[in-house]
Ligand binder design. Structure first.
Ligand code: MGP
Ligand code: SAH
Length: 275
């Protein structure tokens, strides 16, 4: 009697187990299929967004996919980007990120700042926001148009004298307390060399650019590539007699090294003197 019952119980529990296993398997299959669909949807959605953003960059901003990575950093370049900032292709990859431009401005100490390669105004705007008088020069009339527009977005266009012209021709007639130099580095491929030597700067080598700036003032700030040859940069201070004070600063945005700034003359922080 007892034995029979035991058999019956065992048989029904076996059936129950079988049923449970089948139902678990069914659920596993259903879950896997659902995940597959969700993953597929996610990938398709991501591709769609990337495609749309690329199209937006090309159509709305009128720039090539070359500058896409800079567009994704647009709020680091100009915090007021959405208020009507305008750029061209060279402007996108050359503009100094706002956080760095603010640092440059803090180091000027007042008076008149000559922004010798002004571009779309990344630096000039921050100089003007510190209430300095700014002369912003660029050889490209389109850049000056864009810089005026961008300065208006920040409400500082009245503090800046915009000049379309060649810095090398203008240098000897300029007067200012600080000369700021952020010349072209030869485009985004600048980082492909392990050591960026000063002869690679455009439109002339770094020595010629520095000498032209010395006609204005010994207080010079130079924004340079992160892979720049630092011995050569320090060598610039020896073009003056006695040699200029010199300081080098690394510039990071969100933990990424973006460039190095050389400060000469009064803009450099003097090494602490031992008394
Ligand atoms: P980057 O190294 O080309 O970009 O420029 P990113 O995103 O740092 O590169 P990655 O290697 O991390 O992918 C960094 C910054 O250098 C730019 O935001 C500009 O401020 C400056 N910069 C770049 N270029 C090519 C020039 C240039 O030709 N002239 C000047 N003045 N600045 C430049
Ligand atoms: N600091 C600027 C970016 C400068 S990019 C910003 O934050 O927006 C370098 C600029 O130098 C370019 O706009 C280019 O047109 C300009 N340039 C090149 N040769 C020049 C010259 N001979 N005189 C003045 N500007 C020049």
């Amino acid at each position: 009697m007892t034995k029979k019952k035991k058999v019956a119980v065992t048989a029904s529990s076996k059936l129950l187990k079988l049923y449970m296993n089948r139902s678990k398997k069914r659920k596993r299959i259903q879950k896997r299929a659902k995940n597959k669909i969700t993953r597929k949807n996610k990938i398709t959605r991501k591709n769609k967004i990337t495609r749309e953003k690329k199209q937006l960059v090309i159509a709305v901003e009128g720039v090539s996919p070359l500058v896409e990575k800079y567009w994704f950093q647009r709020y680091n370049l100009f915090s007021k980007f959405d208020d009507g900032i305008r750029m061209d292709e060279e402007g996108w990859f050359s503009v100094t990120p706002e956080e760095i431009a603010i640092k440059h401005a803090e180091r000027c100490g007042g008076g008149t700042v000559i922004d010798c390669f002004a571009g779309v105004g990344g630096n000039a705007i921050q100089f003007a926001r510190m209430c300095y008088h700014v002369v912003a020069i660029d050889v490209d009339p389109r850049k000056i148009e864009l810089a005026i527009n961008n300065a208006r977005v920040y409400g500082v266009e009245d503090y800046i004298d915009f000049v379309v012209g060649d810095f090398f021709q203008l240098a000897s007639s300029l007067k200012g307390d600080v000369a700021f130099l952020s010349p072209p580095w030869g485009g985004p491929t600048y980082s492909s060399v392990s050591s960026f030597t000063l002869d690679l700067l455009k439109p002339k080598d770094g020595y010629s650019i520095f000498k032209a700036a010395q006609k204005i003032t010994p207080n010079i700030i130079m924004f340079l590539p992160r892979n720049v040859d630092l011995d050569q940069v320090e060598g610039l201070s020896w073009l003056s007699c006695p040699p200029l004070n010199f300081e080098i600063e690394e510039n990071y945005v969100q933990g990424r090294l973006k460039g190095k700034t050389a400060y000469f003359g009064n803009t450099a922080v003097l090494p602490a003197t031992v008394s």
